[in-house]
Write a protein that binds this ligand. Structure first.
Ligand code: ZN
Length: 329
């Protein structure tokens, strides 16, 4: 007997595509995990994460065809979409708003530590514009790029930001170059990471800095939670980077890693959200909170250990890049 979920999965099948490795283009996948995820209000489906035998990238295969990918961004509850209003509400929402303000300021300071003189900044996938707004408020000339038209409208109306509606690949060439380009949790969503990076590199000034943040598939929390790790975010995250695979991708575009670190809040957020993903055994909630605290703390501690470049275990890869070949300008 077929369940409604199975029927729905079958109807979805033609909308899915097999892909070679998004980083090295090899067609040598081995299955590494099967993950169940909701595909609508009522049904869920099994997705396969594979590992490329050549470069070791973990990626979703098959994946939703790009033309239907918007369906998976329309669900009511998405943990990684920036919230639009948190001014009022419960004390938990107030705490969230406070943490978010602290996080935005921290991100700005990381960038200003590398580049104290404020210049032109492009935020790729700027969402509702909170980070861009933080930078503009502190003297940066900022612009954004965002696919979600509702988010673009919000950023423009609420913060008066300049945001181009569309993907980075289709950003029209206006002869403008940037001192800093940021991609906060964007690269894992892209169908053409190579195309995006090439465009970003072209837009970066010779001494400019590119900031890329992605979840780390080799982090302590990813290892601990396995297929329940919240940052797998199937089927919206198409590729899952480690420091090694991210370097491989960026180095193909003559980008040189100059610094990397963890995002502390992500460690606790990932652990807590991974614990809360399963709704069974609600009476265990206090224990889950405690376990999230332990796993989150371990990931924070691991984020400080950088002895082996390719075995980094922090929750997020917050990475800073420069052009390695400046003479091509
Ligand atoms: Zn590969």
């Amino acid at each position: 007997m077929k369940t409604s979920a199975m029927l729905e999965t079958e109807s979805l099948q033609e909308d899915f595509e097999y892909t070679p490795c998004p980083v090295c283009h090899a067609n040598e996948p081995e299955i590494c995990e099967e993950v169940n995820a909701p595909v609508s209000e009522t049904a869920s489906a099994a997705f396969h994460l594979v590992r490329c035998r050549r470069c070791s990238l973990v990626y979703l295969n098959p994946r939703p065809a790009e033309r239907i990918s918007h369906r998976f961004y329309e669900q009511a509850y998405l943990p990684f979409v920036s919230a639009k209003e948190h001014q009022s509400g419960s004390s938990l929402e107030k705490l969230y708003a406070l943490l978010r303000r602290w996080n935005l300021r921290w991100k700005r300071r990381q960038i200003e530590a590398l580049r104290p003189q404020k210049g032109r900044l492009l935020d790729v996938g700027c969402g509702t514009g909170e980070f861009l707004h933080e930078m503009v408020r502190h003297g940066w000339h900022g612009k954004g790029v965002e696919r979600d038209r509702q988010a673009v409208q919000f950023a423009m109306n609420r913060y008066r930001l300049q945001v181009y509606a569309g993907g980075i690949e289709s950003l029209p060439d206006v002869g403008e170059a940037f001192d800093v380009i940021t991609m906060w949790h964007v690269l894992e969503h892209l169908y053409s990471p190579h195309q995006a990076l090439q465009k970003v590199r072209d837009l970066l000034r010779p001494q400019g800095i590119l900031v890329i943040a992605v979840p780390n598939v080799e982090s302590i929390d990813a290892r601990f939670y396995g297929k329940h790790w919240v940052a797998l975010d199937v089927p919206r995250h198409l590729q899952h980077f480690s420091l090694k695979t991210l370097r491989q991708l960026c180095e193909m575009h003559q980008l040189k890693l100059i610094r990397w670190q963890n995002l502390t809040l992500d460690s606790f957020f990932n652990a807590l959200m991974s614990e809360m993903k399963t709704q069974r055994f609600r009476w265990l909630a206090p224990l889950k909170w405690m376990r999230a605290g332990v796993v989150g703390s371990a990931a924070v501690a691991a984020g400080f250990i950088k002895t082996q470049k390719n075995a980094y275990r922090g929750s997020t890869l917050l990475t800073f890049w420069k052009k390695s070949v400046a003479h091509s300008e």
